[in-house]
Design a protein around this ligand. Structure first.
Ligand code: ARG
Length: 462
């Protein structure tokens, strides 16, 4: 089939190159952005008298019809027309005749694709923010139900100090809040409209870029045409932001995988969100969490792809840039899919509070509180720390816990201990007294929840 550039060439494109060069199989998803951009461009061309008004109208009508037909599944794209831009332009000309050939006046596929990607990424970021806020809500809801659910907190995966499930979940809510803020920051910075950059050096036609900008809802115009066609920073930023978001989901997934094991048994996933084994009849596996942990690698891969594709490119457009699409699309699709499955899996998860409590009562997680008890009675902290260290050592030898020691046992190590030590060692006290800002005391965690919920509300109000 004769190419657009057949006049310049003496041979047809090799079939292998034809397929290799083509991006329609993946950039077809930009059809709506491409048509929206073309409608704005054609309208501007008519308004500026660069083409006749009636021609602009005919083009716009033709494009609207194509959009409808694509959405109704009536259009088949062709590899021969390489990408979404040429497929749509070809369709337009087939449908409205020679007027269709005027659409590409004062425009290049280079600024066209730059526009389409920005429109697409803007829309997707808004969706990902919405899904992330939905997950944050689920975290807040679980936290509200578990303000008093005591569990061990860990360092080095060793039981360390008492906390609550609510406190734990709000840690993740704060991570996701930063993810939302990062995505918004990316959205804010990328809000520049590139059309009018042309192939690289703008155009000699009297175009009105600001009119197009307004039609398409961008905040600003790109300010340099070379940069306008070759900037993919926002794709890198998006992949970086999504990588961090996935890293958070992956960490929580890892925790849930551990908590599902017989070694912990802190939670039980709903049957609808677990899978069995083909051979071991007893198995109930946290596949969803494992897949999220695994898919995190894919999203990191997209970030690496973007950085590597761009690093050696001279200005302005180079075909390497076509490789941005699959990386960015895959990162977006993966993150959306993960959030869509994680939220209901998390909300339907049952907590085995007794097991959490049992784990909290072993492992001396109130040892710091025991030392603090002595310190509050005037013993310097370092001395108190040593005294409690000796107590723990005695307990391990005798298979006791701090709470099961008699007052005589305590007295043998330090005279400062009194009968009120048992109240100080009670796990509920240990949690209740950690009321410094950021701590696990129920009232303090409620403040954290209120703050995150106010953030969600303000985001959703926007
Ligand atoms: N399909 C191309 C891409 O995605 C569109 C731009 C092509 N421009 C060019 N000069 N070949 O990057």
């Amino acid at each position: 089939m004769a190419k657009l550039w057949a006049g310049r060439f003496q041979k047809e494109t090799d079939l292998v190159v034809n397929d290799f060069n083509s991006s329609i199989l993946f950039d077809c998803r930009l059809y709506k952005e491409d048509i929206t951009g073309s409608i704005a461009h054609a309208t501007m061309l008519g308004k500026q008298g660069i083409i006749e008004e009636h021609e602009a109208e005919k083009i716009v009508e033709g494009l609207k019809g194509i959009l409808e037909d694509i959405e109704a599944g009536k259009v088949e794209f062709s590899l021969d027309y390489e990408d979404i831009h040429m497929n749509i332009e070809q369709l337009l000309t087939e449908r409205i005749g020679d007027t269709g050939k005027r659409l590409h006046t004062g425009r290049s596929r280079n600024d066209q694709v730059a526009l389409d990607m920005r429109l697409y990424v803007k829309k997707e970021i808004a969706e990902i923010i919405g899904l992330t806020l939905g997950f944050m809500k689920a975290l807040c809801d679980k936290a509200k139900e578990n303000l008093d659910t005591v569990m061990p907190g860990y360092t080095h995966l060793q039981r360390a100090q008492p906390t609550t499930f609510a406190h734990y979940m709000m840690a993740y809510a704060n991570m996701l809040k930063r993810d939302v803020m990062r995505l918004e920051d990316c959205l804010e910075r990328m809000d520049d409209m590139p059309l009018g950059s042309g192939a690289l050096a703008s155009t000699t036609y009297p175009i009105d870029r600001d009119f197009v900008r307004e039609q398409l809802g961008f905040a600003r115009l790109t300010d340099n045409s070379l940069d306008g066609v070759s900037d993919r920073d926002y794709c890198v930023e998006l992949c970086a932001d999504l990588s961090i978001l996935m890293m958070h989901l992956s960490r929580l997934s890892e925790e849930i995988i551990s908590w599902c094991s017989w070694e912990f048994k802190f939670v039980e996933l709903d049957d609808a969100y677990s899978t069995g084994s083909s051979i071991m009849p007893q198995k109930k596996n946290p596949d969803v969490c494992e897949l999220i942990r695994g898919k995190t690698g894919r999203v990191y891969g997209s970030l690496q792809t973007m950085l590597t594709v761009l690093k050696g490119l001279p200005l302005a457009y180079n075909k390497d840039m076509q490789e941005d699409k699959e990386a960015v699309f895959d990162a977006i699709d993966t993150v959306k899919q993960c959030l869509e499955v994680f939220t209901p899996m998390f909300s339907t998860m049952t907590l085995l509070k007794k097991n959490m409590r049992k784990a909290a009562s072993k492992g001396f997680i109130n040892a710091t509180d025991c030392a603090d008890y002595l310190t509050k009675k005037g013993v310097p902290f370092r001395d108190a720390y040593k005294t409690v260290g000796r107590l723990v050592n005695e307990c391990i030898k005798a298979d006791e816990t701090l709470e099961t020691l008699t007052l005589k046992d305590f007295g043998a190590i330090s005279k400062v201990f009194g009968p009120d030590v048992y109240e100080a060692l009670d796990l509920n006290t240990c949690v209740k007294e950690r009321k410094a800002i950021g701590g696990p005391a129920p009232g303090e965690v409620m403040r954290q929840i209120n703050k995150i919920e106010a953030f969600i509300a303000s985001e959703e109000g926007e």
